[in-house]
Ligand binder design. Sequence first.
Ligand code: FAD
Ligand code: NAI
Length: 507
Amino acid sequence: RTTFKWLRRLTYLSVLVVIGGIVYDGYIDRHPDEQFEPDPKKKTLVVLGTGWGSVALLKKLDTSNYNVIVISPRNYFLFTPLLPSCTTGNIEHRSIMEPVRQILRHKKASVKFYEAEATKIDAENKVITITDNSEVQGATATTQVPYDMLVIGVGAENATFGIPGVREHSCFLKEIPDAQAIRTKIMDCVESAAFKDQPEDEVSRLLHMVVVGGGPTGVEFAGELRDFFDEDISKLIPEIAPKFKVTLIEALPNVLPMFSKQLIDYTEKTFKEEQIEIKTKAMVKKVTDKTVEAEVTGPDGKKEIITIPYGLLVWATGNAVRPVIKDLLSQIPAQKDSRRGLAVNEYLVVQGTRDIWAVGDCAVAGYAPTAQVASQEGGFLARLFNNMAKTEELETQIRELSTGLNLKPGNAAEVATQIESAERQLRRIKDVKPFHYSHQGSLAYIGSERAVADVSWFNGNVASGGKLTYLFWRSAYLSMCFSTRNRVLVALDWVKGKVYGRDVSRL
Ligand code: FAD
Ligand code: NAI
């Protein structure tokens, strides 16, 4: 009985500590320390983008060492791993957004932010042309920003491989507006299918949700969509339930190629149970407003073209290089063979340039285009730049002390000790190791409260799939959210969804 009493007290205490932590965090968030302006004589460091790579850099960078300018058309950081959940309202989009102004306001020295797209990088003259492409523009919508050092973290755009009709008729899943458009379109298809006197074949078409691309984006979206239908839509509009169908089209022989064979099989088996049809060895060649045409390779190697009617089409076939990067590639002779982005060296310097670094999906460093890689690269650059600034400071200090040594011979011993100490520090920090990526594993949600995980564990690899892995997936992503505010909002969204279900209103 006494043990029980103590356990209860301990639980109350833990809850109080958690609530206290959240309130304290909120207070700190809203009452940042005073910021100071960096010395205008210091170098100008321009950072393009507010995604995984750039924000990881900004988080760890000592901004008092440079005049930092951030340029991005998006004034927030987006936690992309939970974006597929926004397409069904399982998570509200603002829960996974963190305003960049909030991030920058908490830096020691102030940072300038311009909401704009970099449209041209002039590597020769060290100038960037930026354009405000938002709906509201002032008298100046295009201007130029000079830099001493430049970090490019502009990510990638959606690959369409020039397939006709893709841009016009399909939804992508990369940004918040994409997720919102999908959420609206799902309900639009459902309500149109439930419309009075809708012909049978039209009901089937409208309720056929087609996903192209069996990478993690396509798989996670298909899983979320099926959950939405089974847990909410079918309960509210049961008459359409038999016609609802999800098809995943993949050009390769299997989905999730980056996962181990065992997890690929598990995913395919789970999809079968969830009634998500997987069409592998099917390459989409053409898209119209109501159909998808795919070339399917049969077991005998014969190819045939099939036409699939759809209501919603989500295109998730990976990344393509952004126009501003293509333009930069064309300016650098050393990059003439680069097709997938800016080739960088082991310190993430863009090959063939001076003072330009690249991180994340726009950089080719020999790793997969993932958030994990981008954030480790950003963190590496922050350490590198902090080091470079410290090196410069120590070198100046040594120079000044050496001059002092000549002027005041009486202090020689003391000054010599100071020089020695500065030189020791310099030797230690000058020895910066090249970037090394440490893979923590891959995780993906596959629907029905199941997930798959290939996780690195003590130099080995653990592959697991199922409901427990789903709990691991949830806790891992909750802990990785950018801020406590994000974590609280995501957790509340999950509770809200469990208690009240997803909101089926169409905006
Ligand atoms: P991004 O995060 O895409 O950021 C690019 C930034 O550059 C944005 O702020 C953008 O607005 C800005 N920008 C674009 N053009 C310009 C321009 N011309 N000038 C200036 N700024 C510009 N990876 C994982 O490791 N785990 C996951 O679970 C995972 N889930 C994902 C789920 C989805 C739905 C998607 C789409 C991707 C997922 N990824 C995941 C991949 C991961 O999101 C990317 O690899 C990561 O975002 C790359 O980071 P980045 O900084 O290079 O680019
Ligand atoms: P992807 O590049 O991983 O997969 C795209 C798939 O589309 C490929 O399997 C390709 O064969 C297929 N495809 C291409 N053209 C096709 C066509 N015409 N017809 C049919 N299929 C076609 O792209 P995805 O899923 O968008 O991921 C991009 C990056 O983001 C990857 O590096 C991925 O690892 C990462 N990511 C990671 C997640 C996670 O870890 N949970 C979640 C989402 C993305």
